[in-house]
Design a protein around this ligand. Structure first.
Ligand code: GDP
Length: 441
């Protein structure tokens, strides 16, 4: 999970509060101080941190809390809500219109991941059935066209560009017109960047915007600048009408939280985040889902959407929704989620699965999952199909021998299954799964 360390620290603070014998104002304040420290270290602006603390405290009126109200749940809910508010721009992104030519212009500073994000964005939508094309109007950076061409070819996305034309505006107009004629629905224009904000960049952006009349302008920004993102986002917004933001490189930066909250603070919605160099290291950004995953609560509703869109066996999810979760279901689950995207990323959509993934080391988590699959292959059908299965130490050792692992690995798998089955049981119904109600977990 991106920002895994931040998530763990916030989680720990919430858990400490929940474990206290008596929950009074002092305990809640201590929790909020811990959360504040974690947020400040992630470079979240002190103004937003103070706001979050005050809002949570204002919502929890101790003297008014009726007897029987579950204080822990209520306080947890308030923290989750306020973390969501911290990342919420309060504005919806520009909607795309199916069947129409949507021209989307990408802007941003050089090296921030603009070209990479253009191709990721195109690939994401193409997989969802949009007729998508790319136009390279970046004549400033040598190699930009080659980079786009290479990646677009890999993803089988039609593209337009030139090695000889030096006028970016002319190129953009030609490309956009050509793809409009061919009835493309999503025409993505990659524009030039500059090393830093400068007059020439903003002038070119304005000319380009006038020439291609985009339906939306997406600003691409590197998360490593943390809260300085606020000034950068404002500067771009004042030059062209930025409709949304893609925040990149969240896979490697402790300051990512600061960047996300700073951008949201400017009133520009973040629509996607970049979480690696590969084409699929790209996720739609939704505050509820992001916070749920950050805190290890999962994002069941997001997962259900992905499952509905992907071509995979849905039976297992229906059985899970009925509250029965066998080891075989867990196995199927692992097999299926691989088809939805990078395993390490999809796993964070499942409640409590984050524990399987060591911080910042998605690959290790994936290895662990593969090992679990091998262990489950060494079990009998009866063991795989009984939701309440109990293993004797002898059976644990036999299975471990069969799978070539240590008995502790088998026990870890069984513990994970039990934990997961407990959550699934609590959710009980399909309705609960679909709503993905985080407070239920
Ligand atoms: P541009 O100059 O803004 O078009 O930037 P590029 O798209 O060429 O990206 C610059 C570098 O950042 C390249 O090495 C990309 O592979 C890398 N990059 C882009 N997005 C991400 C991301 O989300 N995570 C990581 N780790 N690297 C990224």
């Amino acid at each position: 999970m991106v920002l895994g360390d931040l998530g763990k620290r916030i989680n720990r603070a919430i858990r400490l509060m929940s474990d206290a014998t008596v929950i009074d104002e002092a305990v809640v304040k201590e929790m909020l101080n811990e959360i504040a420290k974690a947020l400040l270290e992630a470079d979240v602006n002190i103004k937003y941190v103070a706001q979050l603390k005050n809002r949570v405290l204002n919502r929890v009126k101790f003297e008014e809390l009726a007897a029987g109200v579950n204080k822990r749940k209520m306080i947890q809910g308030a923290v989750v809500d306020e973390l969501c508010a911290l990342l919420d721009s309060g504005r919806d992104p520009v909607p795309l219109k199916k069947g129409k030519p949507n021209v989307i212009m990408f802007v941003g500073l050089q090296g921030n991941g603009k070209t990479t994000s253009c191709v990721k964005y195109a690939h994401y939508h193409q997989r969802k059935g949009w007729k998508t094309a790319l136009v390279c109007a970046d004549t400033f950076r040598a190699g930009a066209f080659d980079q786009l061409k290479q990646n677009a070819t890999k993803a089988r996305i039609p593209f337009y560009g030139s090695y000889t034309e030096t006028d970016p505006v002319k190129l953009a107009i030609e490309g956009v017109n050509r793809f409009k004629l061919d009835k493309f629905e999503l025409i993505i224009v990659d524009t030039s960047g500059r090393h830093k904000q400068e007059k020439a960049l903003f002038e070119e952006m304005e000319q380009m915007s006038e020439a291609v009349n985009p339906n939306d302008v997406i600003f691409v920004m590197d998360s490593s600048i943390g809260q300085a993102a606020e000034d950068q986002a404002k500067a771009f917004r004042s030059s062209v009408s930025v409709g949304s933001v893609i925040v990149t490189k969240l896979d490697g930066h402790a300051k990512g939280g600061g960047a996300l909250s700073a951008v949201s603070g400017t009133g520009s919605p973040i629509t996607f985040i970049g979480i690696g160099e590969h084409m699929t290291d790209f996720e739609p950004f939704n505050t509820q889902s992001f916070v749920g995953r950050l805190l290890g609560l999962g994002d069941i509703s997001g997962l259900m959407n992905m499952i509905n869109e992907a071509d995979i066996d849905k039976d297992v999810y229906e059985r899970i929704a009925e509250g029965h979760f066998t080891l075989r279901d867990m196995r199927d689950q692992f097999e299926n989620i691989g088809k939805l995207g990078p395993l390490s990323s999809v796993m964070t959509m499942l409640p409590h699965m984050q524990n399987l993934l060591p911080a910042g080391k998605g690959k290790e988590g994936e290895e662990r999952v593969k090992q679990f699959m091998v262990i489950m292959d060494s079990m009998t059908d009866a063991e795989l199909d009984n939701p309440k299965i109990q293993f004797t130490t002898e059976r644990e050792m036999r299975v471990a021998r069969g799978a070539g692992v240590f008995p502790t690995d088998v026990r870890m798998l069984l513990k994970q299954h039990k934990e997961f089955a407990g959550v699934v049981e609590k959710m009980g119904s399909m309705k609960g799964l679909k709503n993905g109600n985080m407070n239920m977990l």
